[in-house]
Design a protein around this ligand. Structure first.
Ligand code: M6P
Ligand code: ZN
Length: 186
């Protein structure tokens, strides 16, 4: 018997290929509650694609000790002065960490603790980021090309989007002459 088998999945030009990949798309119309510049958002075409996620979910959602893997691709663009970005979330089970890995393009990992202190880390091909437990996380594309990154997170972490859609992050990442800057959200 041959005990050497083909892998279940592979990276193919910055995408995940193989069986059992779940794809999620987020368009402008899905993201009304996260962008700061509402008037600019209202004027954009609702079906414009902002980001897509391909996830490999080899165990049931909620499995203790299991791991999930995802590739997120954020297209270049802005809503007003704010860069295209993900919804962002805390984990439902707050004490679950996550790892992000920059793959292509340039971006920013925006982090916020439970006291609403917000900071950011630059992301680029090969950058590695350990997102500690109890920290909300969101990514933004700060370049002119597609920004993609890999993520690995515990299968029982879950996503708490409600806390972010109600209160947002305390700072927003906007384009200024010198490049991306985090400013207080007033
Ligand atoms: C990463 C992971 C996923 C997450 C995705 C998009 O791939 O953190 O769990 O779903 O980014 O982020 P969000 O769910 O906040 O839109
Ligand atoms: Zn997460």
């Amino acid at each position: 018997m041959n005990e050497i088998v083909a892998p279940a999945l592979r990276f193919e030009q910055q995408a995940l290929a193989g069986t059992g990949i779940v794809k999620t798309e987020r368009r402008i119309r899905d993201l009304g509650d996260i962008y700061f510049y509402r008037d600019a958002w209202k004027q954009m075409p609702g079906d414009e694609l902002v980001y897509e996620v391909e996830s490999y979910l080899p165990v049931a959602d909620g499995t203790e000790g299991g791991l999930f893997l995802g590739i997120t691709r954020i297209h270049p663009g802005k809503v007003g002065r704010e860069y295209f970005m993900t919804k962002g979330h805390f984990h439902k089970i707050r004490n679950r960490a996550e790892i992000y890995m920059g793959m292509e393009g340039e971006g920013m990992l925006i982090l916020m603790d439970e006291h609403r202190h917000t900071w950011a880390e630059k992301m680029f091909p090969g950058s590695l980021h350990y997102i500690h437990a109890n920290i909300a996380h969101r990514t933004a594309n700060t370049g002119n090309t597609v920004f993609s990154f890999g993520a690995v997170w515990p299968a029982d972490a879950g996503h708490d989007y409600a806390t972010i859609s109600e209160g947002g992050f305390s700072k927003i990442l906007v384009e200024q002459q010198q490049g991306p800057v985090l400013i207080d959200r007033i």
